[in-house]
Design a protein around this ligand. Structure first.
Ligand code: AP5
Length: 215
């Protein structure tokens, strides 16, 4: 499958992407995870991205397209991919369309995971993430805590709260989403690719995706 996962911060894009990749071997491509990895590794990309990310602002489109142009041509993408957190702006969506046309790749759908704002705020303040950039497993202190407090079940690394999870950064990320990313729903509706799933349960999201893929 070749999917785009749309949805506000905290809608559950990363959680759903990880569940889907475990089912069919397609690869999750999260621009947020790639950028956090670059920040932790202290690369030039990380240095350029960090201030934007910590403030809850979007990283400039040119940096993101530079990453994605290379990433989508790596061999593991042939089995299918789930784009998590990309595209995030209309210029990114337009550039992605040109790139996929050039590579001869056809998207199956863009899934808009629609979750109420109060649920999102609650989830983001209680999310914890594995600090190991090769793992980045997602937990939630309320709904899905690690078995041993503060330690990742999968790799044993410390589980932390992300730097952009202060109340101020979260509310700025939600504003940025409404202004810059929500218009992508209309963009993919016009392309005949958008499916909106109103569900707070990740299994319901996955079942809706499977039904649409089978139709
Ligand atoms: P990114 O990492 O993409 O963050 P985001 O879109 O804000 O998304 P999140 O990771 O916050 O949420 P999610 O929807 O994946 O939710 P999750 O599954 O974790 O981006 C971070 C930053 O990088 C951006 O602010 C920007 O600066 C930059 N960036 C990234 N991509 C960019 C781009 N393309 N262009 C420009 N800049 C870019 O779930 C959230 C919580 O809820 C978890 O605790 C989880 O356990 C819990 N949860 C999930 N589902 C359920 C459920 N069904 N029931 C109960 N709990 C649940």
């Amino acid at each position: 499958m070749k999917l785009i996962l749309l949805g506000a911060p905290g809608a559950g894009k990363g959680t759903v992407a990880k569940m889907l990749t475990e089912m069919d071997g397609s690869v999750q491509i999260s621009t947020g995870d790639i950028l956090r990895g670059a920040v932790q590794a202290g690369t030039e990309l990380g240095k350029q991205a960090q201030a934007y990310m910590d403030a809850g602002d979007l990283v400039p489109d040119e940096l993101i397209m530079g990453i994605m142009e290379k990433r989508l041509q790596e061999p593991d993408c042939e089995k299918g991919f789930l784009l998590d957190g990309f595209p995030r702006t209309i210029p990114q969506a337009e550039a992605l369309k040109v790139l996929l046309d050039k590579l001869g790749i056809k998207l199956d759908m863009a899934v808009n995971i629609d979750v109420p704002r109060d649920v999102i705020l609650d989830r983001l303040t209680t999310r914890r993430t594995c600090s190991n950039t090769d793992c980045q497993a997602i937990y939630n202190v309320k709904s899905n805590p690690p078995k041993v407090e503060g330690i990742c079940d999968k790799c044993g690394s410390p589980v932390i709260q992300r730097a952009d999870e202060t109340e101020e950064a979260i509310s700025h990320r939600l504003e940025t989403y409404n202004e810059k990313t929500a218009p992508l729903i209309g963009f993919y509706e016009n392309e005949g690719l958008c499916v909106t799933v109103n569900a707070t349960n990740s299994d319901d999201v996955i079942n809706a995706i499977k039904e649409r893929l089978a139709a």
